[in-house]
Design a protein around this ligand. Structure first.
Ligand code: NAD
Length: 258
């Protein structure tokens, strides 16, 4: 039986991933603010440390897969804390437990939003591991209103996809035999997007951005199944990728620019 850690397991993509893993007979240690095996706030250092410690206890120090889904899209600095630092700290904290597995795998959830305009100040500080600096840059933008504050979200995801790309070929990850990848969803129907898709203006904005979405908005399962494969024993050689599973949003936004 493989043991997986899924963050954000209480809702949306994380909950669907937990279900898909259970259906395969895997053991899942869910991490979330509430309704989880490990209840912790991944926006803080203390919460991350406590979550890692509890997971190590529950798993006995051996983890076969880590899937980081927890994330938020608030136009505020906390979005950078959860989406970038919460994810990277969990992965780094659980790396010793992954190394104890015979087929360790890790995957995170980025976003098609990583292709949108970003704040270089947030992205650079995040990749430098400077959490106070990244949060300060996000706070300075948020003070100028929600439109600039929103940059925290695409910036956190751009930084996360780059971090995955860099770390996947490092001594720590490739050197330990751990495939590390990201998935980038398009518009997934979860509590995160309920408000946006539930009002006509929001819906029109989303649909104008990607005029011909393949099979329209996605169920959480479309991402969960991909995360399950990326962290399966079968995935021996995919590393450093951000896989856009987005109804063609990447093809729309980036066109030939790949
Ligand atoms: P969701 O809101 O349904 O689930 C997110 C989960 O993360 C929640 O259970 C929440 O409690 C948890 N979480 C938030 N902050 C946390 C914290 N500080 N500590 C611990 N847990 C915390 O949203 P979702 O749509 O399932 O999103 C999952 C991931 O997918 C996120 O990283 C999101 O950015 C990404 N994503 C979603 C979409 C979409 O359209 N829904 C698109 C692209 C990317």
């Amino acid at each position: 039986t493989r043991t997986y850690v899924v963050t954000g397991s209480a809702s949306g993509i994380g909950a669907a991933t937990k279900r898909a893993l259970h259906a395969q007979g895997a053991r899942v240690i869910g991490v979330d603010l509430r309704d989880a095996d490990v209840e912790a706030d991944l926006s803080t250092t203390e919460g991350r440390d406590a979550a890692v410690a509890r997971v190590l206890e529950l798993s006995g120090g051996v983890v076969d897969g880590v899937i980081a889904c927890a994330g938020i899209a608030a136009p505020a600095p906390i979005t950078v804390a959860v989406n970038f630092f919460g994810v990277t700290a969990m992965l780094e904290g659980l790396l010793p437990a992954l190394r104890a597995s015979s087929a360790p795998r890790a995957a995170v959830v980025s976003s098609m939003a990583s292709l949108q305009p970003v704040s270089p100040a947030i992205v650079d500080a995040a990749l430098a591991g400077d959490e106070p600096g990244a949060l300060a840059a996000a706070a300075a933008l948020a003070e100028q209103g929600p439109e600039l504050g929103y940059l925290a979200y695409p910036s956190s995801k751009r930084a996360l996809s780059r971090w995955v790309r860099r770390e996947s070929i490092s001594e720590a990850w490739a050197g330990s035999g751990v495939p590390l990848n990201a998935v980038a969803p398009g518009t997934v129907t979860t509590p995160m997007t309920q408000g946006l898709l539930g009002n006509p203006e929001g819906l029109a904005m989303v649909d104008a951005a990607v005029p011909m979405p393949l099979n329209y908005h996605q169920p959480a399962e479309s991402i969960a199944n991909l995360l399950v494969w990326l962290t399966s024993v079968e995935n021996t050689h995919m590393a450093g990728q951000t896989i856009y599973c987005d109804g063609g949003a990447d093809a729309t936004l980036r066109g030939d620019d790949i």
